[in-house]
Ligand binder design. Structure first.
Ligand code: NAD
Length: 455
């Protein structure tokens, strides 16, 4: 029997590998045939992706509810709405993005008269996009928007930790975009490793740094360029002079959306003890405003993705004194919006990315100490600060490094399509959104024309 079972599993694996090979052959064939170069091909695919999102929004919401109990308001805004805005931006600007850009004649130096130098963005071929579980729609499809706009065919690998969304995409993406435009490969580490052994023209990975390193190693075998969108701890400096009710409302919105499982979520607060106390009181009000007296009963509050992450987060509660929230229920994977007061800079909650609804408050005397703490850690994906002091803002921008620095409204920098979204150092490299997505999936080709007669 054991052999029969082993044989059956082996046969299933072989069938899955055959299906993947056939799907890859289709998208590669289309890229080789050159159809994706045409503007019409690209706009048709982007429009089809738009139709998928609007026509199947309820199905996506049901899948995201099953995977993460994601609130409908977050689905409509951060998942579907966000992706639609990126599609519309690309559709509006694509003809301009495709136009060759001339190099100024003055820069041509001693070339003969009549010479012209231009650059233009050309497709790479077939690209691989590997998505994470926390925003399974946005973080899979926004890169796909860039890949299609740039004239590539795409292989996508959704996260196995958001299985309902993954299964839905496996049927919807080829149905809407065509099996020669996009191939969906489902599975976990084993399937992803097999996929990464294949040759792609670009690999775009969103997730953690450990897997990011494995992706880069695998890509190196083919000299394939990679974009790594990784995580880290995004600090928030809160100065003593600010309107703490307004700050708390903005922090609560960014920290507790998706139950804190957001790569750009404020990870921890750096502030002086007095401001920390007053901020905690305002956060209690802001949380009640958003989720009511019992967040467990709120349709606007999500759940922790799985028991592994739930247990990891509950262990972090010991890193400080719980001054807000702290309630948890493993059967429901519920962890209340939580604030930990006076957390030591070397406490466990400060040694790893929190990636959940726990906000540690670390005491600093002022901006000097905040800058020193930020610089003592890995370079974050985003650095946030609330301060009315222009000199403090300048120092925070000049004396630290991070993927982005955002004064005043956490998350809002993601919604400006022409701001590059990406990390630096441990938070990754390469960037996307808007034109940056298009550029990330393109080769910027140099061209020089010199008239023969003029030499
Ligand atoms: P995850 O577990 O969903 O993994 C991401 C992808 O990697 C999945 O598709 C998964 O199948 C694949 N994978 C997992 N193990 C693998 C292996 N051994 N070999 C090959 N592929 C493998 O997501 P995660 O990493 O837990 O996501 C959370 C992390 O991602 C956090 O650190 C977060 O900050 C970061 N993140 C970053 C961004 C960003 O845009 N920069 C966005 C979201 C999440």
């Amino acid at each position: 029997e054991a052999t029969e079972a082993t044989q059956a599993t082996g046969a299933a694996h072989a069938a899955a590998a055959d299906a993947t090979a056939a799907a890859l052959a289709r998208v590669r064939g289309a890229a080789r045939a050159g159809h994706p170069r045409a503007l019409a091909w690209r706009t048709e695919r982007l429009t089809a992706l738009r139709a998928l999102l609007t026509e199947r929004q309820d199905d996506l919401a049901a899948a995201l509810h099953s995977d993460l109990r994601k609130p409908r308001s977050e689905v409509d805004n951060a998942e579907v709405g966000f992706t639609l805005r990126e599609i519309d931006h690309a559709l509006r600007h694509l003809p301009g993005w495709l136009a060759p850009e001339p190099v100024a004649a003055a820069a041509l130096g001693r070339l003969p008269p009549g010479a012209a130098a231009t650059t233009r963005y050309e497709p790479l071929g077939t690209v691989l996009v590997i998505g994470p579980w926390n925003f399974p729609v946005q973080l899979l499809l926004v890169p796909v928007v860039g890949a299609l706009a740039a004239g590539n065919t795409v292989v996508v690998k959704p996260s196995e930790l958001a299985p309902a969304t993954s299964a839905l995409f496996a049927s919807l993406l080829p149905a809407y975009l065509g099996a020669d435009t996009v191939a969906v490969v489902e599975g976990g580490p084993e399937e992803t490793a097999a996929l990464l052994a294949e040759r792609f023209d670009h690999v775009f990975y969103t997730g953690n740094g450990t897997v990011g390193r494995a992706v880069m190693r695998a890509a190196a075998a083919h000299l394939t360029p990679v974009t790594l969108e990784l995580g880290g701890k995004c600090p928030v400096f809160v100065d003593r002079d600010v309107d703490l009710a307004a700050v708390a409302a903005r922090l609560a919105r960014a920290k507790f959306a998706n139950a804190g499982q957001t790569c750009v979520a404020p990870d921890h607060v750096l502030t002086d003890p007095g401001t920390g106390r007053r901020l905690t009181a305002e956060l209690a009000r802001a949380v009640e405003e958003r989720f009511g007296p019992d967040p467990a009963a709120s349709e606007h509050y999500g759940r922790i993705v799985n028991e592994h992450h739930f247990d990891r987060l509950v262990a972090l509660l010991d890193s400080g004194r719980v001054v807000l929230g702290g309630r948890h229920d493993r059967a429901d994977r519920y962890l209340a919006p939580t604030v930990l007061a006076n957390v030591a800079p070397d406490a466990p909650a400060m040694r790893e990315e929190v990636f959940g609804p726990i906000l540690p408050v670390v005491h600093v005397a002022g901006v000097d100490e905040a800058i020193a703490l930020v610089n003592g850690g890995d370079r974050p994906l985003a650095l946030y600060a609330f301060t009315g002091d222009e000199a403090a803002r300048r120092r925070l921008a000049d004396e630290t490094r991070s993927g982005a620095v955002n004064f005043g409204l956490p998350f809002a920098h993601l919604g400006v399509p022409e701001l590059p979204f990406g990390g630096v150092g441990e938070s990754g490299f390469g960037a996307y959104h808007g034109h940056h997505s298009f550029a990330a999936f393109s080769h910027r080709r140099a061209r020089l024309d010199v008239p023969i007669g003029a030499a």
